[in-house]
Design a protein around this ligand. Sequence first.
Ligand SMILES: Cc1cc2nc3c(=O)[nH]c(=O)nc-3n(C[C@H](O)[C@H](O)[C@H](O)COP(=O)(O)OP(=O)(O)OC[C@H]3O[C@@H](n4cnc5c(N)ncnc54)[C@H](O)[C@@H]3O)c2cc1C
Length: 509
Amino acid sequence: MSHPLIIIGAGIAGLWTALHAAPRRVILLTGARLGEGSSTGWAQGGVAAALGTDDRPSLHARDTIAAGAGLVYEAAAYLLAEAGPAEIEALYGLGAPFEREADGSWSLSREAAHSRARVARVKGDQAGAGILAALIRAVQAAPHIEIREGWRASGLIPDAAGGCAGVMAFDPSGNLHDLLASDVVLATGSLCGLYGVTTTPASSQGQALSWAARLGAVIQDPEFVQFHPTAIDVGRDPAPLATEALRGEGATLIDRTGTRFMRGVHPQAELAPRDVVARAVHRQVKTGRGAYLDARAAVGAEFPERFPAVFAACRAAGIDPRLAPIPVAPAAHYHMGGVAADTEGFTGVPGLWAVGECASTGVHGANRLASNSLLEGLVFGRRAAEALANAPQRALKPVPADPAPALPAEALARLRAAMAIEAGVEREAAGLARLLDTINALEAKHGEADALIAARFVAAGAMLRTESRGGHFRSDHPSTSAVATHTRLTLAEARAVHPHISPLAEPAE
Ligand SMILES: Cc1cc2nc3c(=O)[nH]c(=O)nc-3n(C[C@H](O)[C@H](O)[C@H](O)COP(=O)(O)OP(=O)(O)OC[C@H]3O[C@@H](n4cnc5c(N)ncnc54)[C@H](O)[C@@H]3O)c2cc1C
């Protein structure tokens, strides 16, 4: 009997993998409705690729490697950069409405830590929506893809011979099914929804890390979370984003007296690497000096036309960014770590693959270069699909399994608050121990929920990394070690980092 390829997730990585996996029969599961529930649809800036006449893939790769602070797998960065221009052409050919100049060249934005303008954009800040619409049209027309909308995966089915034999999933009516698969591709996106302040969909809670780790996969560099410096600070969950392209256009960061504070922090001021800007904004907010993005001079009256999504988010909060600075704060935005995967997405667990943000190929190292992640979904999604297209069928011996327990809403709220406080922009050992106490206490009360496992990986990785590097800043270990090493943890190793609840820890509610 022939079993399909199952792809979990309908963001850029899942959709692009599905499209290129023909002639394999693909079942695409998406917990939300198609077009909803993904970071992809919310992307504002665009996709980075060496498309300008002054640019070259080697420069893009070099910027990627520099941003990643010693932990980028260089071969992966070169693959990403070299494949970039062709992937943008392919998306454009599919109908993604990237902006072009009158002479036919690409309209490109410059974003932080890029040495060239190289971010292909769509109507200012509409990149994700434009790309997603084109991808959805394409998968709906592809005869090899069966889309199961509203099907929420809840775990993987182990194989008696080791590896993955399929997916447990709830259908839209809430009935649980065992779906056998010769191969499963994880494309579930971020884990930043585990944070109380995030820009990603709330449902992005690192499920893939937990599922893969339960089958023996290694989780790589989980401590590296990127905090976006300019989430719009108006108390919304998730927080709306003020795209970095605004700073690329000249918007400045000011305190409540109107003084630019990035000038004294980094030579590139507002266009310094994201982690530097995020820490500066964090300190401004923490010390009460305030942080605001001032686009009045740089964008002004053109705001509604050039950045419609940011403009709408500001207006909904009663702010007119043409006339007033936008209050901002850092928010968990992107996960550099994830399920360890090679550059074809293979996790090392037979039948299990990972692409997009939930995977860690090492292409981002300790810090993602802005707008490299949509590109990652394209480049490594296609490579996984090509590896899978003609992969032989595996003989399956599924082992019955049950989904992990769900975490009740109040327990999840407690976890998210603890993650934001203790594993945020600045971390230290005592706070991480408190976070692991909270995770242990919640686990003792509610069982080993997927959200707790994913959070445990972040906390354990952050505890073990006694240095500061890229997106990970330890206030008790502020310097960077001379030798850069990856964190690679199995579930048993993560559990062993802080296994007991400290005597003074607060009990779970
Ligand atoms: C506000 C914002 C702006 C951004 N701007 C940019 C940008 O300009 N450029 C850039 O390169 N990157 C940007 N990023 C990052 C980028 O959008 C993401 O890294 C990328 O879209 C991730 O793609 P993905 O396919 O891996 O995951 P996602 O796009 O998040 O898709 C995940 C999919 O998995 C599904 N899913 C999750 N769990 C389950 C489950 N249990 N069962 C079934 N389905 C499930 C979801 O419904 C969704 O379809 C931005 C991110 C955010 C949040």
